[in-house]
Design a protein around this ligand. Structure first.
Ligand SMILES: Cc1cc2nc3c(=O)[nH]c(=O)nc-3n(C[C@H](O)[C@H](O)[C@H](O)COP(=O)(O)OP(=O)(O)OC[C@H]3O[C@@H](n4cnc5c(N)ncnc54)[C@H](O)[C@@H]3O)c2cc1C
Length: 597
């Protein structure tokens, strides 16, 4: 399996040079988060990911999880790795200190998440789901539930799940059939079947806390009638230790394409005892607290796997000898040149590099905005940041999982036949990456969220949080000749995005199928333009550092500028084709009668 080395230099660049990593400690609540503390956290995270999680990534894929009479076993080494992970405090870094967490900024946490996803996505699913459960419970749970469950989830002693999907409904949760009957003592009896539940059953923790969507007897029809319940596998005893077994069992695990070491479970609730989280019939609101966190985290999964694939592909391209350079032998001592000399191989590697580094910058931007939304003393800054996060969340989820999947696919191509066989682990990255485009709301649904909800939200206020800074940036850079090669392509893409926004909004108002038909292309156009903006800002920083002497790091900044150039010339032009597709409208799809397909 290809080696993995956490890209700490680039992470520090994104955090500290492009965004506000070095000043995080000035925000209330983050006083301890000085640059040296953050640096130490990243170094330690890199160690556990490279030395503990990565070595069991391929064996976990080969072995998978096993199921026997309701018991699920994770692959060899997972239990030990999970213990090390908890002892290192990694389940708690983004949780509040009052529940035993370390209260780390999102900017730091998202970099750690990326390393976990690169090194072992299957493993990362277990603490990842727990964190989602933590977020929903912390935001909406009654105080008693929080005190009872959160410290155990934060320490990693207990894990969490999110139980939404049922056999007949995934996207359309309004149709769920799981019922919750009040017992008259404050608890509820939960009955129903959930499928595809990640980490629904496993052997890593002493208890598993399910957050379950169900309907109360008096629930209104549809999504407005859904409530959220906390259902533990074991009911806590008087000492808050796992006590009596609750009426929830794993009926089977799925055999699937990727993330094979992550148990995907059928969960049967048979009059299981549960407690309401949040208000009756307002479960979707509480679930959204969890889903928004998870959506960003799933975007980071795409980035993590794309990065891992890039690292493998680059090492291989330097090593593998095939053919001669078109412009003359580069490696005369050997019978062939390394495949890195070939323009087509460079095209593949640079596509991976430019899209993954751009994606990391986008994650950094959104993570910084989340930190500002949660910690900045000025309410206006908090509001602005919240708007930006809301707008960019579907883009991070869908664009980064699409680009990440594409990058893993390229990784196999760079290896040729050796990428297709299992030995090198490159095909595993593709299989693992594929699910990220599907769960947490498919990418098609993210695109509908962008055009249907985020675009018109607050009379376009969220949209302006992106459009204004980009327009101001273009205005400021108008006379900078040295930046022209970067700024002009950004300006072109931005004009396309503005025109497409107007057209989608206008046509969508007359006929909503028009907005639906444009949504996926529009999201990609938006996302690629956002990456172009971040690449321009990256070049600004790199140029400034080089002008100051670059402190021995000139090669890094030169590479940033060259990668930005590749992005502008070889990736961003996709926006032209996307624009044409969007403007063509949806008639060519909707004209088909169902029986004409
Ligand atoms: C490995 C794995 C892990 C998972 N983990 C969890 C978990 O932990 N908890 C959980 O609750 N669920 C989980 N899921 C379920 C996952 O979230 C769903 O599969 C996903 O939401 C899609 O639902 P579905 O499969 O029913 O597809 P469907 O909803 O049937 O969608 C099928 C297709 O139709 C499209 N479509 C559907 N409705 C619309 C619409 N209104 N407009 C446009 N297009 C539409 C979709 O985009 C998709 O392409 C997991 C699934 C897998 C495979």
């Amino acid at each position: 399996m290809a080696a993995y080395k956490a890209p700490l230099r680039d992470m520090r660049f994104v955090m500290n040079e492009l965004f506000s990593g070095t000043t995080l400690h000035q925000l209330p609540g983050y006083e301890d988060m000085t640059p040296d503390v953050i640096d130490a956290v990243l170094e330690e995270a890199a160690k556990i990911c490279e030395q503990v999680l990565h070595p069991i990534n391929r064996s976990g894929d080969e072995e998978g999880c096993t199921y026997e009479n309701g018991v699920v076993r994770t692959p060899t080494g997972f239990k030990e790795a999970y213990r090390t992970f908890c002892e290192g405090g990694w389940t708690s870094i983004a949780c509040k200190p009052e529940f035993g967490g370390q209260g780390m900024p999102k900017l730091v946490n998202s970099m750690v998440e990326e390393m976990i996803c690169s090194s072992n996505l299957s493993f990362g699913m277990y603490p990842g789901l727990s964190h989602g459960a933590y977020v929903a419970l912390e935001a909406y749970g009654a105080e008693e539930l929080k005190q009872q469950y959160l410290p155990k989830i934060v320490s990693g002693e207990w894990s969490g799940t999110m139980c939404l999907t049922e056999p007949h409904c995934g996207t359309d949760l309004g149709m769920i059939r799981t019922r919750a009957e009040p017992r008259g003592d404050g608890s509820y009896a939960i009955t129903g079947t959930k499928i595809f539940i990640s980490a629904g059953e496993h052997d890593l923790t002493g208890n598993i806390i399910h957050l379950v969507l169900a309907k109360l007897p008096d629930a209104p029809e549809g999504a407005k009638g859904i409530s959220l319940f906390l259902v533990p596998k074991f009911l806590p005893d008087a000492n808050n230790e796992p006590g009596q077994r609750n009426g929830v069992m794993c009926g089977a695990i799925e055999h699937k394409m990727g993330i094979k070491a992550s148990a995907t479970c059928v969960m049967n609730f048979d009059g299981a005892t549960g407690w309401l989280v949040g208000q009756p019939h307002k479960g979707m609101q509480a679930m959204f607290a969890m889903m928004n966190t998870e959506r960003l985290a799933v975007g980071v999964q795409g980035l993590g796997l794309g990065e891992a694939s890039y690292q493998g592909a680059l090492a291989y391209a330097k090593d593998r000898l095939q053919g001669r350079s078109l412009t003359g032998t580069k490696n005369p001592e050997a019978k062939a040149d390394p495949i890195l000399v070939h323009p087509d191989v460079r095209r593949m590697l640079l596509t991976q590099k430019a899209t993954m580094e751009g994606s990391r910058a986008l994650v950094g931007w959104v993570a910084q905005a989340l930190d500002l939304a949660n910690h900045h003393p000025d309410p206006a800054v908090r509001q602005e940041s919240e708007d930006l996060v809301a707008l960019l969340t579907p883009i991070v989820k869908a664009l980064l999982t699409d680009l990440g999947y594409e990058a893993t696919n390229i990784g196999v191509q760079v290896y040729g036949g050796h990428g297709y066989i299992r030995e090198w682990g490159m095909e595993q990255y593709i299989r693992d990456a594929r699910i990220a485009q599907i769960y947490e709301g498919t990418n098609g649904i993210q695109a509908l969220d962008l055009v249907g909800r985020k675009m018109p939200a607050n009379a376009g206020r969220s949209l302006r949080r992106f459009f204004h800074p980009v327009a101001e940036y273009l205005e400021a850079k108008g006379d900078d000749d040295e930046m022209e090669e970067f700024v002009l392509p950004l300006a072109k893409a931005f004009t396309r995005l503005q025109q497409a926004t107007g057209a989608v909004a206008q046509k969508g108002m007359v006929n909503r199928d028009e907005a639906g038909a444009a949504a996926t292309d529009y999201l990609r156009l938006f996302g690629l333009t956002a990456l172009a903006y971040l690449w321009c800002r990256t070049v600004d920083v790199a140029r400034a550092r080089l002008a100051e002497g670059a402190n021995g790091d000139a090669a890094f900044y030169e590479a940033k500028i060259k990668t930005a150039r590749f992005y502008m010339q070889r990736v961003l032009p996709q926006t032209g084709a996307l624009f044409s597709c969007i403007m063509a409208g949806g008639k060519s799809m909707m004209d088909f009668a169902d029986d004409e397909f």
